[in-house]
Design a protein. Structure first.
Length: 440
């Protein structure tokens, strides 16, 4: 189950708004003037052209109004931002793209589901770029974006109306704006370039905390978000590995979303000797508990492994990534001899790690080493595993994963297993530099 952060409030009828095109920057149009009714103009100081120095704009509230002929979303901001709205199909979504902002929406309830908006989520999509992704219950046409200047105690308000439409009409209008597509292509290109040169004689581990930013992952029975858990554990694991003389890079070290293809590209660019992706699982059966480790397979997997792969591989869809520019990384993979060797190395580490972790946490009772077609594991030249730290749907697992003691033991166990694995793969220096006192 994904954590979908949403907010439902009754929206009063708004007046004095300025219409602009749905894929234009509503607030910039407002700041440029031209056609703003005198009654709607601010009474005194002019509108600031930029946010206050050193402070990102703040999204202070979001409201959803469900009406007979439309569903209306209103976002209130402290400062003007270049907000863009566009739609994407398969599944049907509306994307609100904007510069990096601070979100101050509290803990909003879920929409009623009676309107066009099923749910929405928000967060950091890239450095300098935030996003709100709206899941549609039915196909919807984007109306004119309206901008309202600060007045009556409100900040800047952007009003987005959604009108019912047919699926065919929705798909005809859906698609990425060309300039945003170019921005995403450039970001993916940069992910293929290493951030630092390799150090001779040192092994490299890339840690990949799953989800992040606009994609929260699973929400625990105790409210713990998967993206927060795995980031905290990833940072702790990085510290443990560095203490053992391993060079460590992280796909993310803050609450930000990273597309799946870029995570794979990042591992390859840094010539990782081991790629460790951290996640937490969920299951409708709340009695299921324990850690498990996944390695890549050739398309054959049991029903539960296939279901997990389907969930995890939806991360790009959840965040509104442009998927039209290339094949899915989970398309049928040509398993050549090099990749067979990589999968074998991945499997050896998975078995060693499970043995090590048995002394630190509960292990899934049946088949804890599993194989699935997971997009984040597909690099043909990087041994990779995906560790499901436990089940956030299980009360006991969720409680222990929220403690510092558990996190420290598990990070130390993974680091110890990684150190021994790397030493066995020609990394004698790693074994020599390990601190025996830290090994569980």
């Amino acid at each position: 189950m994904r954590a979908l952060t949403a907010l439902l409030l009754i929206l009063p009828l708004l007046a004095g708004a300025v219409p602009v095109r749905a894929q234009d920057d509503a607030i910039s149009r407002l700041l440029r003037g031209g056609g703003l009714p005198a009654a709607a103009k601010p009474p005194s100081a002019p509108l600031p052209a930029q946010p206050r120095a050193g402070q990102p704009p703040v999204v202070m509230s979001a409201r959803i109004g469900e009406h007979a002929d439309r569903t209306r979303l209103v976002i209130e901001l402290s400062d003007p931002v270049a907000l863009r709205a566009f739609s994407l199909a398969n599944p049907n979504r509306v994307i609100l793209d904007m510069p990096e902002v601070a979100w101050r929406l509290g803990s909003p309830p879920v929409p009623s589901g009676n309107g066009l908006i099923k749910a929405y989520r928000y967060g950091l999509f890239r450095s300098g770029n935030s996003r709100m992704v709206i899941d549609l219950g039915r196909p919807a046409r984007l109306g004119e974006t309206l901008a309202i200047p600060p007045a009556a105690g409100f900040g800047y308000r952007v009003v987005i109306d959604l009108f019912p439409t047919s699926q065919a009409a929705f798909e005809a209008e859906a698609g990425w704006p060309a300039d945003l597509r170019a921005r995403e292509a450039e970001a993916e290109r940069k992910a293929m370039v290493a951030t630092a040169a390799p150090v001779a004689g040192k092994k490299v581990v890339v840690i990949d905390p799953g989800h992040g930013g606009v994609d929260s992952g699973t929400q625990g029975i105790n409210g713990l978000l998967e993206k927060d858990l795995v980031l905290a554990e990833g940072l702790r694991l990085a510290k443990e590995l560095r203490s053992r003389g391993v060079t460590v890079f992280m796909t993310r070290d803050k609450d930000i979303f990273i597309p799946l293809r870029e995570r794979v590209a990042f591992g390859r660019a840094h010539r990782a000797d081991l790629f460790i992706s951290l996640h937490a699982d969920s299951n409708p059966d709340r009695d299921i508990t324990g850690l498990s480790i996944y390695t890549l397979n050739d398309g054959r997997s049991d029903r539960e492994a296939a279901a997990l792969a389907k969930r995890e591989n939806q991360s790009d869809v959840i965040a509104g990534v442009d998927l039209s520019g290339g094949n899915s990384p989970v398309a049928p993979i040509l398993i050549d001899l090099a990749q067979r060797d990589t999968i074998n190395k991945s499997s050896r580490f998975a078995e060693a790690a499970l043995a090590q972790l048995a002394g630190a946490t509960d292990i899934l009772g049946r088949s804890p080493h599993r194989a699935a077609s997971l997009a984040v594991l597909v690099a043909p030249d990087v041994p990779a595993v995906l560790i499901e730290l436990g089940y956030l749907s299980n009360r006991g697992d969720a409680a222990q994963m929220n403690t510092e003691g558990w996190r420290a033991k598990v990070a130390a166990a993974i680091a110890a297993a990684a150190g021994r694995h790397l030493a066995g793969e020609g990394g004698a220096a790693v074994a020599a530099s390990a601190n025996p006192a830290r090994n569980p």
